[in-house]
Design a protein around this ligand. Structure first.
Ligand code: CA
Length: 345
């Protein structure tokens, strides 16, 4: 692969037809291994000309549907059945995935907060930089498979950001609908800069992020959403043949289009304690409803602190462990857009 300053190397030739199952090799000097490397599995399948799609999982190491979905797909997909090119990296932040932790145990960083990365930074920066320089410019579409990890649980959804450009909005929304998750979400992030998302969007490409299950689990239903969704997007862009497997055709309610339009839809614990939720994931709440309360274990007399819903809608994400710190997100509400929603209207 042509190298433009990254210290990551690979045997893979991105222009070669066929299926290549290999590694991204990042130098990893440490006490136990002077000339050691971190070997991040990657599968590249190319057949003739066509769109290029990058599928990533394991950006956070405590999220499991993406890695399992993409490891299976890496074994299943063959060059003969595709037209174009597919990059699959099931565990992009491999050290985090091996540790079952959100952040890299090597440098304590969040891979999805360091983009565009830095070739002279620490391991997480180096991985991000490699993706930014060497993979993103080749791609038309990027689908990043996440879940809630240890600390959150989500109604399985596929999401896109609110975009400025009409053509990019149209293309991204069409891909979102093709994924055909239970929920299709337009989202206003509160994560700040450094997301892979923004880099792909800035390049004018299609970016989708799935949030599948969470709570440190691998959910059967969420995994199926990922597997069907990824194949649907591959069909939608023409990389694999066949009809999109729609929820409707499987007797399921069609994708519910929703949005998280501003930070008011996120709810935060203001003190450390034990969070007692009053609603289940997916429940509808009114503005003013008490979503739950934080108990203070050090005192019997101190009343719990209520977390009040600031907006009406459905609980799309909830805190998973009961124990909370000040500033932890305990609930995310989303509102319905309606089945005939048009993002360009
Ligand atoms: Ca995540």
């Amino acid at each position: 692969m042509s190298d433009t300053g990254s210290s990551v190397g690979t045997e893979i030739d991105v222009e070669k037809d066929g299926k290549q199952v290999s590694y991204l090799r990042a130098p990893h000097s440490r006490n136990s291994s002077a000339w050691g490397s971190l070997l991040i599995p990657i599968t590249v399948i190319k057949n003739g000309s066509g769109p290029t799609i990058l599928l990533t999982g394991g950006v956070h190491g405590d999220e499991y549907e993406g890695p399992v979905c993409l490891a299976k797909l890496s074994r299943e997909l063959q060059a003969e059945e595709i037209q174009g090119r597919v990059f699959m990296i099931p565990t992009l932040n491999l050290p985090a995935s091996l540790a079952g932790q959100r952040l890299s145990p090597i440098d304590g960083k969040d891979l999805n907060r360091v983009f565009p990365g830095n070739p002279r930074g620490t391991m997480t920066d180096i991985i991000a930089d490699y993706v930014q320089r060497n993979l993103l410019p080749l791609c038309d579409v990027v689908v990043d498979l996440h879940s809630g990890g240890y600390s959150l649980r989500f109604v399985p959804y596929i999401s896109m950001h609110y975009l400025r450009g009409q053509a990019q909005t149209q293309k991204t929304f069409a891909a979102l609908k093709a994924f055909d998750a239970p929920v299709g979400l337009l989202i206003q992030e509160i994560s700040g800069e450094g997301l892979l998302d923004y880099e792909v969007v800035r390049m004018g490409k299609v970016f989708l992020c799935a949030e599948l299950g969470g709570g440190g689990m691998l959910d059967v239903h969420a995994l199926e959403v990922a597997e069907v969704g990824v194949r649907n997007v591959l069909k939608h862009v023409g990389v694999i043949p066949g009809e999109i497997v729609s929820r409707q055709a499987r007797g399921l309610p069609s994708t519910r289009l929703m949005e998280v339009p501003d930070p008011e839809y996120y709810h935060t614990a203001m003190d450390p304690g034990v969070y007692e939720p009053f609603f289940e994931l997916g429940d509808f709440v009114e503005a003013g409803d008490i979503l739950g309360q934080v108990h203070f274990l050090g005192s019997c007399s101190r009343p719990p602190e209520a977390i009040v819903a600031r907006r009406p809608g459905s609980l799309i994400g909830v805190r998973s462990p009961a124990s909370v710190e000040r500033g932890d997100c305990v609930a995310v509400i989303a509102r319905d857009l309606g089945s005939d929603f048009d993002p360009l209207a």
